[in-house]
Design a protein around this ligand. Sequence first.
Ligand SMILES: Cc1cc2nc3c(=O)[nH]c(=O)nc-3n(C[C@H](O)[C@H](O)[C@H](O)COP(=O)(O)OP(=O)(O)OC[C@H]3O[C@@H](n4cnc5c(N)ncnc54)[C@H](O)[C@@H]3O)c2cc1C
Ligand code: SF4
Length: 281
Amino acid sequence: MKDGEEYEISDISCQLTLGILSLKNSLNWASFPKLAVPNTEIKPLYDVVVIGSGYGGSIAASRCARAGQSVCVLERGKEWRPGDFPEHSAGVFKEFQLTVGGEGRTHGKPNDLFDLFYTDDLTVVQGSGLGGTSLINANVSIDMEDAVFEDSAWPLALRNDKSDLINVDRKHFYDMIEPTPYPDDYPHLQKFDRMEDTLSKYDIEDLDKKILRRLDLYVSFEDKKPNQVGVPQPKCTGCGNCVGGCNVGAKNTLNMNYLPDAKAHGAELFTEVREAMSVMC
Ligand SMILES: Cc1cc2nc3c(=O)[nH]c(=O)nc-3n(C[C@H](O)[C@H](O)[C@H](O)COP(=O)(O)OP(=O)(O)OC[C@H]3O[C@@H](n4cnc5c(N)ncnc54)[C@H](O)[C@@H]3O)c2cc1C
Ligand code: SF4
């Protein structure tokens, strides 16, 4: 057998493994409860209307619902569940909206998952879907410096509440989103080694402690049946597709924690709401 043929066969077996994994996931997740309800169920009145379901919107929805408010979440994007995300560039392209020059969408639809906005001054990449940009981000957790909230740009009420913000609120967030170190028993990270090789050529003080370190990730590295809000989450397979959307369900995106929590406390979630403002009028 020639080398090329061996490669082809291993390629096929790799595709088969992926196929089986996708099938397994789709079977698992077919029973995953949908969070959004049909838009025909939007009521005329709520205590709180949250527009967008990223970190800002999901946390607000969960906190307000837990405080006993009637909450409605209006999201322009679709509901995405593990197994739904594109695995190849063609699928990504189908889910890609582009606005160049700030004068209307150049490509795609407003509910497409990947949203790129480009002008000469500003480039924005964001996610559009139930869970916002958490669906397509890299899930790296870097703790904030407490000093950030000393800036006078923040409202006075928030600065006066700094102790709660830094202690209780941070704990709430971490309990829910669960930043976790990359485990030692997971595959060795070769990219990390290459970075270490490169940086060790320079005389950098505290290289190991300050600069070259593994950051925590919003990822589940253990099977959770269920997680802290009752959602089953399989452990990370290390596939590396986090920024395309996690088809395993291991990434701690907002549809795995804050949004189901909001729903469990009575919030109503709506997707593909084109004109959130007109719904409110
Ligand atoms: C590729 C990528 C990788 C990233 N990696 C990291 C990382 O590793 N670590 C990290 O901390 N941060 C990362 N980020 C940044 C992080 O994801 C964002 O800062 C964060 O998601 C912003 O939260 P948000 O609530 O402000 O907005 P978003 O999460 O963007 O949510 C906004 C939501 O509002 C919806 N929306 C907007 N307009 C309307 C409307 N009119 N009506 C209804 N809905 C609307 C959008 O569809 C979206 O769902 C990354 C970002 C990207 C793009
Ligand atoms: S299984 Fe792990 S590596 Fe793969 S997309 Fe999900 S979180 Fe990322």
